[in-house]
Design a protein around this ligand. Structure first.
Ligand SMILES: C[S@@+](CC[C@H](N)C(=O)[O-])C[C@H]1O[C@@H](n2cnc3c(N)ncnc32)[C@H](O)[C@@H]1O
Length: 221
């Protein structure tokens, strides 16, 4: 029995997606885009690459994806393709249509995930995958499944926003901001044990000091 919220809790009928609109722009502009630029701004000329592929894992209604596409326009790193992944199938057409409404040259694709790992992902792995305000709620077994199979979907860097609330959990609704059991160290160990290189970890406040952590990893093949 999973201790996380049901896999369709944040489907298209959830009022969460409209409530989070106000914060999305600031989170993208101050956290996601600076990290994206830091990772790819210098690497691209060295690799003689002109553009990168990006995916938003657990995209929900697409609020973060839209802001990412908008903010990436002037950031100096060209996004050639942009993927939207989520376990709730009915989120995907909504997120896709919103992403397409942003003036941008990236090709947009979607993929429903199975809720536990990337083993059935059959697309081209992306250069940069981010997961924002979603993995914080995942059960540790699903986190392990996704991290162990990350190379199926990402061949470069992943930026993962996760919980830093290592309190034994039977029901995430009992926890602050519905964080699931996880810590920065446990997450780091899952990444290392899965063969990935941990580039950085930064504790992050979410209503409560250091409730979360943002881990950047170089994905191993
Ligand atoms: C709190 S919403 C955040 C959505 C989006 N990242 C944002 O910030 O607006 C959590 C998202 O995670 C998705 N999700 C929940 N459990 C999942 C799982 N096991 N695998 C993949 N996605 C999941 C939900 O469908 C939902 O879209």
């Amino acid at each position: 029995m999973s201790i996380t919220a049901s896999k369709d809790h944040w489907n298209s009928s959830s009022d969460y997606h409209s409530r989070r609109e106000g914060d999305a722009k600031g989170q993208v502009e101050t956290i996601l885009i600076p990290q994206f630029k830091q990772l790819f701004g210098r690497a691209l000329p060295l690799l003689k690459a002109k553009s990168v592929s990006v995916a938003d894992f657990a995209c929900g209604g697409g609020a973060i994806a839209c802001e990412f596409l908008k903010a990436s326009r002037g950031c100096g790193v060209d996004v050639a393709s942009f993927g939207l992944l989520d376990v709730a199938a009915d989120n995907l057409p909504i997120a896709e249509s919103r992403a397409r409404s942003v003036e941008h040259s990236a090709s947009i694709w979607t993929k429903k995930t199975n809720g536990v790992d990337f083993s059935d992902f059959d697309g081209e792995p992306v250069d940069f995958l981010y997961c924002w305000d979603a993995m914080v709620h995942f059960d540790i077994l699903d986190v392990v499944g996704y991290i162990r199979t990350l190379s199926r979907v990402c061949k470069g860097y992943a930026m993962l926003h996760h919980s830093n609330y290592p309190v034994v959990t039977k029901d995430i609704r009992d926890n602050p901001h519905w964080r699931n059991f996880m810590s920065a160290d446990i997450f780091r160990q899952i990444c290392i044990s899965s063969g990935h290189k941990v580039v950085s970890q930064k504790l992050h406040n979410w209503g409560i000091e250091n409730l979360d952590c943002i881990t950047v990893i170089e994905v191993s093949k």
